[in-house]
Design a protein around this ligand. Structure first.
Ligand code: F6P
Length: 476
């Protein structure tokens, strides 16, 4: 183990399945893992997370020793999963932060369980802290954890990264627990968001709700005798993880042959604007019948959070829309939309990213969207990106073709534009996007968000930065 870093998140780098003696570790594919895993591999340490197992099924808590870091599992009971993950995290914070208050289901009981589970993670983390450990907590599932750790270990260095949007104060305070959540987060010393807008929304909430003066320019909050720094640093990926050779996915080739491919890769989440994408694609076909039979929307739609009614209903509605469009425009040998509703491994996704011509993202609200970065990093050939202007990454991908996801006309228009672009225009756009992805990579993110904090947490002589060198070096 190279460093003294303790990472904590709800989901970890893999899920654990099977019984004792025959456990299987399945790699998790998610934005958070794409970004945090390379960082943890680089600097080492411990990753504490839930691995998908319930206490009813097993009593054994696993510690898995990986080559470059250790993984420690937190088990949850069915009741905890329901109240903490499905109830408050994904039934209140998720829709509020994505500006969809109509999806919020408030419940005192769920919030009580959320608190209890945050306390549980804090207690478990406490047993793993050593002098000099940097505790790095991730995402909205664990907003109260910094407070609980601070209560018991007042000297502890704590960093927190919030991976989803942070909403305007008027929306955040629809829930009656806004004060406690903000105080929870202020238990950290350093808090990170993807964009300046989210950072500003958070600072305004602290100022208005807690009546604490904040410095917007410096991003500082003075609270309980501590200085808390609040930064905006968008996550970067590790490009080389997407540059490897990968096998072909034979089973989809038959439907793709000869087609211009518009690719979408999303969880079946109501924030992702899948219905809007389908409407926009249908509008394009309606206005441009010369493209019938020549283009396809290949949509990976990964089932997610299926115990929550809003998600189940959404998945059903999306599939109905696909069917309607296929019935309206398709025939026996051509269907305009192919929807793939299973989990895809990183290798399979890389294959799809390379196989497509254009990536199309129409999220209604999206913290960053790493799929856009992965698509660019995977390819040598220029590919076009059509991007919702309501994603965090839209601020970084200035040259992408932007759309308002609520406008089928705009989506249809940009689909047409992408088809009419010259190779030279595509190459120019792609080169600019690639430059962003390579420059603002995972190391850049780690360095800019955590840099100094990390140096303090690594054993002397193990971590250094050479004079004038921009890179982080973790050397044994
Ligand atoms: O940040 C968004 C997030 O909750 C991440 O933690 C995770 O990458 C993704 O959404 C998937 O969500 P879930 O863990 O609920 O399947």
């Amino acid at each position: 183990m190279k460093s003294n870093l303790l990472v904590v998140s709800n989901r970890g780098p893999f899920t654990i399945e099977g019984e004792m003696g025959n456990l299987k570790y399945r790699p998790a594919v998610s934005g958070l893992v794409s970004a945090v895993l390379p960082a943890v591999k680089k600097v080492g340490g411990i990753w504490l997370a839930w691995a998908g197992r319930l206490t009813e099924k097993t009593l054994e808590v696993q510690t898995v020793i990986k080559d470059d870091f250790n993984f420690v599992e937190v088990l949850l009971s069915r009741e905890e999963l329901k109240g903490y993950y499905e109830g408050y995290s994904n039934g209140v914070l998720w829709p509020l932060c994505h500006l969809m208050p109509e999806k919020v289901v408030l419940s005192e009981e769920n919030y009580r369980i959320y608190k209890k589970v945050n306390q549980k993670f804090a207690q478990r983390a406490g047993t793993l802290l050593k002098p000099g450990t940097l505790l790095w907590i991730h995402d909205y599932h664990l907003a109260l954890m910094p407070y609980f750790v601070r209560q018991k270990y007042s000297w502890q260095r704590i960093a927190f990264f919030w991976h989803i949007p942070f909403p305007p104060v008027e929306i955040f305070t629809i829930q009656p627990w806004a004060q406690e959540i903000l105080r929870g987060l202020l238990g950290a010393d350093l808090i990170g968001f993807h964009t300046e807008d989210y950072r500003e929304n958070f600072l305004r909430s602290v100022e208005r709700v807690l009546k604490i003066p904040v410095n917007y320019e410096w991003g500082t909050v003075y609270y309980n005798g501590r200085e808390i720094r609040v930064k905006a640093v968008p996550i970067g990926i590790e490009p080389k993880n997407f540059q490897k050779d990968v096998p072909k996915i034979e089973e989809i080739e038959q439907d793709l042959r000869g087609q211009i491919i518009f690719l979408g890769v999303e969880r079946l989440d109501y924030t992702k604007g899948l219905k809007e994408k389908i409407l926009g694609f249908a509008r394009f076909l309606e206005k441009n019948p010369e493209y019938l039979g020549k283009v396809i929307l290949l949509q990976v739609a990964v089932p997610t959070r299926e115990n929550i009614a809003a998600y189940r209903n959404y998945a059903k509605e999306v599939l109905e829309e696909v069917q309607k469009v296929n019935e309206r425009f398709g025939h026996s040998s051509w269907q305009p939309i192919k929807i793939l509703t299973r989990n895809y491994s990183q290798d399979e996704l890389i294959y799809l990213y390379r196989r497509a011509d254009t990536l199309i993202i129409t999220s209604l609200e999206d913290g960053l969207n790493l799929v856009a970065k992965e698509f660019i990093a995977s390819r040598q050939e220029p590919g076009v990106v059509i991007l919702s202007n309501r994603t965090g990454v839209a601020r970084q991908f200035g040259v992408a073709l932007k759309v308002n996801p609520y406008s089928p006309e705009e989506i249809a228009g940009q689909i047409k534009t992408s088809l009419e672009m010259s190779l030279e225009e595509k190459e120019k756009m792609f080169a600019k996007l690639k430059e962003q992805v390579l420059l603002k990579n995972n190391e850049w993110w780690l360095d800019n968000f955590l840099g100094k904090e990390l140096m303090l947490s690594v054993a002397p002589g193990k971590y250094y930065r050479k004079r004038g060198e921009k890179k982080i070096g973790a050397v044994d």
